[in-house]
Design a protein around this ligand. Structure first.
Ligand code: TRP
Length: 454
């Protein structure tokens, strides 16, 4: 079975060595696996939220596209496109906006951080916060849900956004009566190294400690390597290989043996100047051929345009019918499609099977209930309650969608809690993947329990 893996790259900067090692290289390697159906896109609508400098966004789109292609992304094999070439994404974004709770967006980390910052500096809480920043998670949900992505590889700072995409998808499906979307799962690549920058802190534009990937050519690469911070030990004096980011960067590009030899040479007194020369040569051996492709691509932007257009066509072949179904579901069909149909009764279309609760008396233990999925599978068994009223109250809270209802993992089980108190638990499952899947079923069932008497 194919797993659809989808990720977006915000087009506000020029890729550096840390982006290559941490994101680009592992993503391209994963895209070559037979079972992976990879979608990569330039998140240029998201870029506008962060950056109002048109020239910079334009330049960044081109550079990032050229970088990924030069680094070995095969546009035949994967689906590679620009967000702004897919009109279905903003269209879906609106449909999702109309079901997204404002309170959910209030809790988004990036938005909250901006509000907190304003408070700290004594500004109006809304100062300099755009509606774009507020809506960022909904646009991202649309990116993901339009293509029914299974896995979304992102950095840790994006985990909340994937959880919100799931929430929003479930809310939409619940309101419109069937499962419209695959619920995406976050994929964190634990093996991809976080590269340190020149000064040993994480390599990041905001620290101004980056090593350029292609920009400025071999000269800029050599120059940046020469600025990596080391101590002042002379050649011939033993060095601590872990005292500088030089070694970590070396490790990200060298074979295990070559890296071990490099560390040993430092212990044996290799001079920093010579060590930097060796690191430059190692990096350039990998990067020079890519850099050549990069420059050739940048010289022919029309070719890149064509590649991205073909990618957008592939992507839209999926998104167009998907969004058409969603337009119909929300009541925006073309009138001629309704010919001969009786007007649907809202209640009828909702009669689709839903999850349910069933109470029973459990011998001398007391009163319990079970939660069943729409397909009849048992998902959860409640704790025993002393009397049927207590069991009933908890069921009412679940059906009311009370705020204190939460799921937490415990070993290979899920525990359902109301206001922090355990009220039930799932059966134990075999592994992490099964547990993740079960969470999806539980969330769907809990969402279905909440009746909307509209
Ligand atoms: N927000 C992501 C980031 O800053 C970029 C992004 C936009 C994205 N849309 C996405 C990532 C959809 C994954 C899926 O890294």
């Amino acid at each position: 079975m194919h797993t659809r893996v989808l990720t977006g790259i915000t087009t506000t900067g020029t890729p550096h060595l840390g982006n290559y090692v941490g994101a680009i290289r592992p993503a391209i390697a994963a895209s070559r696996r037979a079972e992976v159906d990879a979608f990569f896109f330039l998140a240029d609508y998201h870029a506008l939220i962060k950056c109002g400098d048109a020239a910079r966004v334009e330049r960044s789109r081109l550079e990032i596209a050229a970088t990924w292609l030069a680094a070995g992304l095969d546009p035949q094999r994967v689906t590679f496109y620009r967000q702004s070439d897919i009109p279905e994404i903003p269209e879906l974004c609106w449909f999702l906006t109309c079901v997204t709770a404002k309170g959910l967006l209030n809790r988004a980390h990036a938005y909250k951080a901006a509000v907190d910052h304003n408070r700290e500096t004594g500004d109006d809480p809304d100062a300099a916060i755009t509606a774009g920043l507020y809506m960022y998670p909904v646009l991202m949900a649309a990116d993901i849900l339009a293509f029914d992505a299974n896995h979304v590889p992102v950095g840790r700072d994006q985990i909340q956004h994937i959880e919100m995409a799931r929430d929003i998808a479930q809310r939409f499906s619940h309101l419109y009566g069937h499962e419209f979307f695959v619920l995406p799962e976050v994929a964190i690549d634990e093996d991809a190294p976080t590269l340190p920058g020149l000064d040993g802190r994480k390599m990041s534009k905001s620290y101004d400690n980056t090593i350029p990937l292609f920009a400025g050519g071999a000269r800029a690469l050599r120059e940046a390597v020469s600025r990596i911070v080391t101590d002042s030990r002379e050649p011939g004096v033993a060095k601590d290989p872990d005292s500088t980011s030089l070694t970590t960067i070396h490790q990200a590009f060298a074979s295990v043996e070559a890296h071990a030899a490099f560390r040993q040479a430092l212990v044996d007194g290799l001079g920093w100047g010579e060590a930097k020369k060796q690191l430059f040569e190692l990096l350039d051996a990998t990067l020079a051929p890519m850099r050549e492709r990069y420059e050739a691509l940048l010289a022919r932007p029309a070719d890149i345009e064509e590649i991205l257009h073909a990618g957008a066509a592939k992507a839209r072949a999926i998104a167009t019918p998907k969004i058409a179904a969603i337009r119909a579901a929300v009541g925006l069909r073309a009138f001629h499609q309704m010919q001969g149909e009786k007007p649907a009764k809202a209640a009828k279309t909702k009669a689709a099977k839903a999850a349910r609760l069933a109470s029973f008396r459990d011998g001398a233990n007391g009163f319990r209930f079970r939660l069943f999925a729409a397909d009849g599978a048992e998902l959860l068994l409640s704790v025993p309650f002393a009397d049927p009223k207590a069991a009933g109250r908890v069921q009412q809270q679940l059906q009311a969608g009370a705020g204190g209802v939460a799921l937490r993992a415990e070993g290979t089980q899920w525990v359902l809690a109301v206001d922090g108190n355990e009220v039930g638990r799932s059966a134990a499952v075999a592994d992490e993947a099964a547990r993740a899947a079960l969470r999806g079923h539980l969330e769907t069932a809990l969402a279905q329990l909440v009746r909307h008497d509209d």
